[in-house]
Design a protein around this ligand. Structure first.
Ligand SMILES: [Zn+2]
Length: 187
């Protein structure tokens, strides 16, 4: 499970806001502790080895790391690298969704002297095994998820909307209605 992120993306949209509505959500704890706990417990139940915490560095890609980058990431104690999760974590928080990251590992990036010769075929085989494990973990997690949320994710926007909604352009309000509608008294 990743519970922290470092964002090294550059060329992607990572917010629903702008366009006349400024919002700053809290992101100190970017994953939902409750959902992550359910997912980790489900992993244990399915016999899939799990670390309950870890820092995920999200690089822009699509190229893999240079050796210098991979070495630096290890020195900074980042445990996992990928090209996806931090952006979806940010958007999930803004949309008040609970977010947890099952970060399944395929390979050792390029720093490991004994694993440099990993092949595409080996990575694909690991990926397929991971996909099977992920399906089992998700099946168990869905079965055990509590019926109601007790985490703060569902009110992430309560104190995050900076612009007075009275002066936000109608088009922006319409577009964002699914996530800000409950805060719009003029709706
Ligand atoms: Zn939550």
């Amino acid at each position: 499970m990743a519970d922290q992120f470092v964002d090294r993306t550059r060329n992607r949209r990572s917010t629903f806001f702008g366009e006349g509505l400024v919002a700053h959500v809290s992101f100190a704890h970017p994953t939902c502790a409750e959902l992550s706990s359910v997912l980790a417990d489900a992993s244990v139940h399915c016999g899939v080895p799990v670390h309950r915490k870890g820092t995920y560095i999200c690089m822009e890609g699509p190229q893999f790391s240079t050796y210098a980058e991979a070495t630096m990431h290890r020195q900074l104690h980042f445990e996992v690298i990928g090209m996806t999760n931090v952006t979806e974590a940010k958007l999930a928080r803004e949309a008040e969704l609970c977010y947890g990251a099952i970060a399944m590992i395929t390979d050792y990036d390029c720093w490991h002297p004994e694993h440099e010769s990993v092949t595409g075929a080996q990575i694909l085989a690991t990926l397929q095994q991971n996909a099977g494990n992920a399906q089992n973990v998700l099946r168990e997690a869905v079965r055990t998820l509590p019926g109601e949320r007790r985490c703060p994710c569902g009110s992430a926007l309560a104190h995050a909307l900076i612009t007075d909604l009275k002066i936000v352009p109608k088009a922006t309000k319409k577009k964002l209605a699914p996530i800000i509608g409950k805060y719009d008294s003029e709706k």
